[in-house]
Write a protein that binds this ligand. Structure first.
Ligand SMILES: NC(=O)CC[C@H](N)C(=O)O
Length: 444
């Protein structure tokens, strides 16, 4: 805390954002004047962790958190301190960890869930490494939820109307936003690497440098805020919804992942003579066996399931293949020290803490159960039937039945997650869509 005190005063910070990622992966927390931050013990009601996206609480609320909705204790992770580049007053942010009054990590904090999975690997002398790729759309501001989204007007005064995959000029249409994004990311030490224009109208993809999953989950959590803020200050919206527009592709958060042997420092997915190791095959097999039960973390919203359609570079199953973009699990071409698997199931709407925890938990079960994967798919996986769950309720039922995954992520957490998400399904079910009015009104 002494170092934090020095840091705050040398940066002339007057206010601190104490951040806690909730179940959706959004920032909750509070602002504290910098002077008070140093002295004060911080607390928040534990129920902030389990609000639904509509701001509701589930009927199981008091089975999940204490009947009195007690406070949880917040501990700043001082390694996450950064200045907030868009704030008017000089403001710092610090991500906080949540604890129970007993001093135990709070089981409903998604950051704690990820830490729990990382500790399992540590006990086996393995260090997981991830590299996420995050896609998002810029869309014109529009406050009417019944109105279809449209791309924003770019520098040329026009809206994009054609597929612009990898187009440099199409990126330049939004040069101001992109430049500001790089600038803020540099200031906040977010390790973003390449940026490309994706195949949707005003859709972009940002690749992160690979590294420690907790550090990267923090970075993705903060990155989403950065991009939303910059878009807003430029009069447009940035959205990380998995499928915001009917005739456009969805947005993914592919996760490249590998394991490093802690003692040797080598990639544990490679043998000494540069072949794929048995651990690599176990890991893929774990993703194949447990991935369907973890899908509700990769696709956590009612909207997420609309992304899983053939021929849109989005997966429809948990097949794996070498350099095969039609399968859910792709093994990119690489030198042995870069051997890895890319889980292409997660949407960019996923909570990065949970998506990382879930994918690593599946791989971990593959190792402990010594599983073997199916044959690699060498063809076009889109010629097969859609195998992934078709909606959130179906995906939650698979989690509810999957004891090994539930116990790794935490029984209390899994119960709470399922309850929160089921509540969102029910709320969504109350809405009558325009499709129903169009096709059922006079026809049934
Ligand atoms: N980069 C890509 O391969 C595109 C992914 C695609 N947008 C998806 O939703 O999954």
């Amino acid at each position: 805390m002494e170092d934090v005190k020095k840091w705050l005063s040398s940066h002339r910070i007057s206010e601190v954002e104490c951040l806690v990622p909730d179940m959706t992966g959004n920032a909750r927390g509070k602002f504290i004047p910098a002077k008070k931050f140093i002295k004060q013990e911080s607390r928040l009601p534990e129920s902030i962790l389990i609000q639904t996206v509509t701001g509701e609480y589930t009927s199981e609320h008091y089975d999940i958190v204490s009947e009195t909705d007690s406070d949880m204790f917040l501990e700043p992770d001082t390694s996450t301190i950064r200045e907030v580049p868009w704030a008017d007053e000089r403001t710092a942010l610090i991500i906080h960890d949540c604890y129970l009054s007993s001093g135990q990590p709070h089981p409903l904090s998604t950051r704690n869930v990820l830490k729990k999975i990382l500790a399992l690997y540590q006990s086996r002398d393995l260090v997981p490494v991830v590299a996420p790729e995050v896609e998002f759309f810029l869309v014109a501001q529009n406050t009417d939820p019944d109105y279809e989204l449209t791309p924003p007007v770019g520098r040329s005064g026009r809206r994009e109307s054609a597929r612009q995959s990898y187009s440099i000029d199409a990126v330049n249409e939004f040069e101001k936003i992109i430049d500001q994004m790089y600038d803020y990311c540099e200031k906040m030490e977010l390790g973003i690497d390449t940026l490309i224009h994706e195949s949707g109208a005003a859709q972009f993809e940002v690749n992160f440098l690979h590294g420690d999953p907790l550090k990267l989950a923090d970075e993705v959590f903060l990155f989403k805020r950065v991009v939303r803020e910059i878009a807003l200050s430029n009069g447009v919206y940035a959205t990380f919804m998995a499928k915001p527009m009917r005739r456009e592709p969805g947005s993914s958060m592919h996760i490249h992942q590998s394991l490093v042997d802690r003692k040797s420092g080598n990639n544990a997915f490679s043998t000494k003579d540069g072949k794929y190791s048995s651990l690599f095959f176990n890991y893929i097999a774990g993703l194949q066996k447990y991935g369907p039960s973890a899908l509700c973390f990769f696709a956590p919203n009612v909207n997420s399931y609309r992304r899983f359609t053939p021929d849109n570079s989005a997966p429809i199953n948990f097949d794996w293949g070498y350099d095969n973009r039609t399968t859910g699990l792709r093994v990119p071409e690489s030198e042995p020290d870069g051997f890895r698997v890319e889980n292409r199931l997660p949407g960019s709407d996923a909570n990065p803490y949970l998506a990382f925890a879930a994918t690593l938990a599946c791989g971990y079960l593959g190792l402990t159960e010594n599983l073997q994967p199916q044959q690699a798919n060498e063809g076009n996986a889109y010629t097969q039937e859609i195998e992934v769950a078709r909606n959130l309720e179906e995906a939650l039922r698979l989690l509810d039945k999957c004891e090994p995954l539930r116990s790794l992520l935490g029984e209390d957490f899994s119960y709470a997650y399922s309850a929160v998400k089921r509540n969102e399904c029910e709320a969504f079910n109350e809405v009558i869509s325009s499709w129903e009015r169009e096709f059922l009104l006079l026809n049934v």
